[in-house]
Ligand binder design. Sequence first.
Ligand SMILES: [Fe+2]
Length: 194
Amino acid sequence: MDRYVTGAVIRRLRENKKMTQEELAQQIYVSGKAVSKWETGQGFPDISLLEPLAEALGISVIELLSGEDIRNSNPHSNILRSKFYVCPVCGNVIRSVGEALISCCGVTLPPVEPEPADDEHPIRVEPVEDEYYVSVAHPMTKAHYITFLAAVSDQGIQFVKLYPEGNAEARFKRARVRRLYAYCNRHGLFEVKP
Ligand SMILES: [Fe+2]
């Protein structure tokens, strides 16, 4: 569990349910003052209260912890809001377009925030006919390597998984690609515009 429920989330969900602090408190057998404290950041609900609290707010514990009410989220999303999630336990890579609640190996995964490509992760992009040839001058050992390359356009995500001892390179269809990404298992996600 990498996040804990915040006061702002409890308040928002409670107000969505049109409940007063007192009404929520009664449902989960705590005082109105306790709810008020959580909402103003002066305390956290005990972990044993998460299940009854989520139930009273009409969401799952996972949703409560992630701070997202995924059933009410806006389904309209722009492809450039594509996000990558990398499981720290098994290395699984999950892609989503827009907001999503992703968990793997029992851990709720935050989206990986990209940084601009740097000197140690130089993403080289060469147009070759209708493709981009993308390469990264970077170690490819088991301990430190580029685990995937990806190209994001407004039509979707092209994704190539890489392996240690292989080459840090891939080819992507050029059409409408707006960003190229490389993920280093030690240093995180890097991006360039083609
Ligand atoms: Fe690296």
